[in-house]
Design a protein around this ligand. Structure first.
Ligand code: CTP
Ligand code: MG
Length: 237
């Protein structure tokens, strides 16, 4: 049987650094909640069989969004950290997906993912033994800070990348990787880190810098600008 593709959207965070009265995935971005932009790309994609979305158990905002009753979206309770939320969503997926199926994990807080970046990531996968993620080589000179705020050293930049999402792995491998990490009390901040702990090497696929994670208030107008620049506003409104 040919492997299918599924998406997992961790959306159970509170957005502490954003400091808004609602979690950042529900803030308005060009007329729609942030999460509708992040999720919409996967629901439109012909290769994605279904989406599992991890939400705070007390989330009151999700039911009012456009895809709440979508037939290919399943809701699951998130956990205390992103890695718990992703694992819960994978466990739910495992009820209908095969261990060899591919799962794309994408942050709800990344609404500006480009379809061509997603497609390029998918195109690299079929022959890859582990999986991979979108990222970008860092541009600035990197410094390692000391506890007193001084510089310890300059870190050579040529091998350093920013890690974005989507991050894609086979369902069975990613569940095992996250379970193993959590068993060792390693609260990994992305999915690749869990897979790396198994001694495996996920592949870095270069994407575009506009795939930002909305984190602080100034990121919202920037995301608005990027969506306009991508021409997505006219089409989707
Ligand atoms: N996330 C999640 N479950 C958690 C924490 C985070 O599903 N327990 C999700 C967020 O909703 C977000 C993604 O993981 O889509 C990336 O996390 P981050 O940007 O850190 O979001 P928050 O944790 O909400 O923000 P902050 O760290 O500022 O509180
Ligand atoms: Mg967080």
């Amino acid at each position: 049987m040919r492997a299918r593709y599924w998406a997992v959207i961790p959306a159970a965070g509170v957005g502490r650094r954003m400091g808004a009265s609602v979690p950042k995935q529900y803030l308005d971005l060009a007329g729609r909640p942030v999460i509708e932009w992040s999720l919409g790309l996967f629901l439109e994609h012909p290769q994605i069989s279904g989406v599992s979305i991890a939400l705070d158990p007390g989330d009151r905002f999700w039911p009012r969004t456009a895809f709440a009753d979508h037939s290919r979206v399943r809701r699951v309770d998130g956990g205390s950290e992103r890695c718990h939320s992703v694992l819960n969503a994978l466990d739910l997926l495992a009820q209908e997906a095969d261990a060899a199926d591919w799962v794309l994990v994408h942050d709800a807080a990344r609404p500006c993912l480009r379809r061509d970046d997603l497609d390029r990531l998918l195109a690299t996968l079929p022959d890859h033994p582990v999986g991979g993620l979108l990222g970008m080589p860092v541009r600035d000179t990197m410094k390692q800070a000391m506890e007193d705020g001084g510089i310890g050293r300059t870190v050579p930049r040529d091998t350093l990348w920013h890690a974005f999402t989507p991050q894609v792995f086979r369902l069975g491998l990613l569940r095992r990787a996250l379970r193993t990490a959590l068993d060792q009390d390693r609260l990994v901040t992305d999915d690749a880190a869990a897979v790396e702990l198994l001694g495996l090497e996920p592949m870095l696929v270069e994407g575009h810098a506009d795939n930002i994670k909305i984190t602080r208030p100034e990121d919202l107008p920037l995301a608005d600008f990027y969506l306009r620049q991508q021409g997505r506003l006219h089409r989707e409104r």
